[in-house]
Design a protein. Sequence first.
Length: 301
Amino acid sequence: MPTKTHIDTFGAVSLVGLALLLAINQVVIKVANDAFQPVFFAGARSAGAVFCILLWMKWRGVKLVLPRAVVPSALLIGIVFSVEFLLLFTALDLTTVSRASVIFYSMPLWLALSAHFLIPGDRLTPRKTLGLVLAFTGVAWAILDRSDGGEASLLGDLCALGAAMGWAATALLVKATPLRTVRPEVQLFYQVAVSAVVLLAVAPLFGPLFRDPHPIHYLALAFQIVVVVTFGFIFWLWLISIYPASGVASFSFLSPVLSVLLGWLLLDEKVGVSVLGALALVAAGIVLINRAPKVQVPQNV
């Protein structure tokens, strides 16, 4: 599929579905952290995903060999990926899903600002800036206004912020390095392969590897490996190779709002005016960010 200058209907529908998957993912990580030490959980997820991605690549006939010029970028993105998920899984162990989601999904701000300087043709226009502000305000309203009295941790919040910056860095590496010439499956393989080694190597430094696992927790690990990493991440990398980076990232603002809606549907949580107002702000922000630029028609002289 040729690259696009803006998010079209297919891209919008795909990104909304991916946002829903990522919203579910935050809850799954939080639940599974009761059974597995977070860094070990992240490493085990990457290790399992290595085999799933290899099977996928064999089925699709995708070769794993990288050009020599791409190897440094592949190793770097693997290290950044490791740090990102070490921080995210730790954040979800220390603080609430709501707080971690709000901070982690500030990623589009860091990506849009960085892309403005580093990626040609992905400029931060006044309209995009307004859209990002509206969307972030909506997420903050939906999540921070919930007085759930849950656990909160400054260290957890800082870990979530670091994870957001790590996520933005992986997107930049995909767009602004020789990795952009590599298929999404190959990009993801090197991310999970490097992170599996790094995370499992450092996991013992963070305490006992197992807490109190039950069958449901192993199902959560399998869901993470097969659905979230193998298929979800490949799809996200493919989308970001087709559409503008800041446009793809902007849809991540939907994930924490969808987390609130899932709480209402599945856990009978109350959804008030603040959530509905936040959804309106997020929708308005996405429209502003992704509205196709007007085509200038030459005037006859």
